[in-house]
Design a protein around this ligand. Structure first.
Ligand code: GUN
Ligand code: ZN
Length: 438
């Protein structure tokens, strides 16, 4: 049993009540044992403790991203300047169809490196139809808390290559293989992941919903992202998007829905009642021309919200700090400045996001929680001369202010450098993989 004592950091614990969600910002020591925070306070080192000086630094729980596609990271920069449906049809689906297990591995490794370097220590991952076991292995090796799933899509045509779609029976068998191999293994959890309403037949959607309920799995899908997509759903089904998902059995407190930019009043009511979470991807929503989600309104209705970068080809970053700032900026417009406070934004990027995707031991600095945290140097002059660390983190901080990242008790970033990753070699493998695919 190795113990580490991180001494003297200023903690932003994210354990406060609703009106003060960041909790009491204070200087304290944090003792971690076997990947878990054992105690927080003014602590004397015990024999055998590895002591790490964190004085002058600010400790925040690791960021939680509720919606990221590891499989798409290799395609960054290959799908710019298109709205959602053209982006999918012209670029993303054909590219996903060409993936092989090595290209998935490289794409997942690129993602994990970028996420950890940026302080993300928990993720909900939306993968492609095949080779998802490879992404799961990379996530397992990363030490992050990760919920992941293989994308379900059994309808081809309308831009979906036949080689990407997978028939229903085969898809459900594959879900079961992945569940048996990875669910609840270490920090991994398996989720049922239908792509969106337009990609799944009714029988597949319903059987997938039953499968999730039978096995106590979460459901992760896209919903109500772009006006054009929403119009196609209405034309095809004659109902609102969320009404369709509800009828298919996919909604409930175990579900999380990426985007939810275009909701009718009835859908807002349904969302508030069913307990599903919204995965807010502010940069992707802007880049694909989707719109601005009404996060302030959703929070007033009690809808759980997590943030996410979505895929690299629709962002083109995977940065928790970028999404945090972008989300906060957009609510100044969607509601008004101050309506969704910096404290609530930071809570959403950490503890709120963790709770929204069912990771009860993440996103918080408290005894018993996972030892996932980020140490920032917030003394840099460009962050201001004041002492409001929450304002600094939300509005001004960037990745260059991250000094160390700890994931499950392991140091993943030390003095701003990723540990154990040869980034040049990874970039070379990425170039090779992409050349082969294209
Ligand atoms: N809707 C269906 N598939 C996708 C995807 O891969 N990314 C985004 N942003 N929206 C989707
Ligand atoms: Zn997505």
């Amino acid at each position: 049993m190795t113990a580490e004592l991180w001494r003297g950091a200023r903690l932003v614990p994210m354990d406060g009540p609703e009106d003060r969600p960041c909790g009491d910002v204070r200087v304290a020591d944090v003792r971690i044992v076997d990947g878990t925070i054992e105690s927080i306070g003014l602590l004397a080192p015990r024999r055998g403790d590895v002591v790490r000086d964190a004085s002058g630094l600010t400790m925040v729980p690791g960021f939680v991203q509720g919606h990221v596609h590891l499989c798409q990271t290799l395609f960054r920069g290959l799908a710019d300047d298109r709205p959602l449906l053209r982006w999918l049809r012209e670029c993303i689906w054909p590219l996903e169809a060409r993936h092989d297990s090595e290209s998935i591995r490289v794409s997942a490794e690129l993602t994990v490196a970028e996420l950890l370097r940026g302080g993300t220590t928990a993720v909900q991952a939306f993968e492609t139809v095949r080779h998802t076991e490879v992404a799961a292995e990379v996530l397992a090796d990363s030490g992050m808390a990760a919920t992941f799933g293989n994308c379900l899509m059994d309808l081809s045509g309308d831009g979906v290559p036949a080689s990407l779609a997978m028939p229903r029976d085969e898809a459900l068998r594959h879900c079961d293989e992945l569940r048996r191999a990875f669910h609840d293994r270490g920090r991994l959890r398996y989720a049922i992941t239908p792509r969106f309403v337009l990609s799944c037949s009714e029988p597949l959607a319903r059987e997938a919903a039953d499968f999730a309920r039978d096995h106590g799995l979460r459901v992760h899908t896209h919903a109500c992202e772009h006006r054009e997509e929403v119009a196609v759903v209405r034309a095809r089904f004659g109902h609102d998007y969320l009404t369709v998902l509800d009828a298919q059995g996919l909604l409930g407190p175990h579900a999380s829905l990426a985007h939810c930019v275009h909701l009718t009043e009835a859908e807002l009511d349904l969302l508030a009642m069913c307990g599903a979470a919204v995965l807010h991807c502010p940069s992707a929503n802007l880049k694909l021309g989707s719109g601005v989600a009404e996060i302030t309104r959703l929070r007033e209705l009690g809808v759980p919200v997590a943030l996410g970068a979505d895929g690299a080809p629709c962002n083109n970053r995977l940065s928790a700090l970028t999404e945090l700032r972008q989300a906060a900026l957009l609510q100044c417009l969607a509601a008004e400045p101050g309506a969704w406070s910096a404290a609530e934004a930071l809570w959403t990027a950490t503890r709120g996001g963790a709770l929204a995707i069912g990771l009860d031991d993440c996103g918080v600095l408290r005894a018993g929680a996972s030892a996932d945290f980020v140490l920032f140097d917030l003394e840099a002059p460009e962050l201001g001369a004041h002492d409001d660390v929450i304002a600094k983190l939300v509005w001004s901080a960037a990745e260059r202010h991250i000094r160390h990242v700890v994931v499950g008790g392991r140091r993943a970033v030390v003095d701003g450098e990723l540990v154990g990753v040869d980034l040049r070699a990874l970039a070379a493998r990425a170039r090779d993989a992409l050349r082969r695919l294209r």
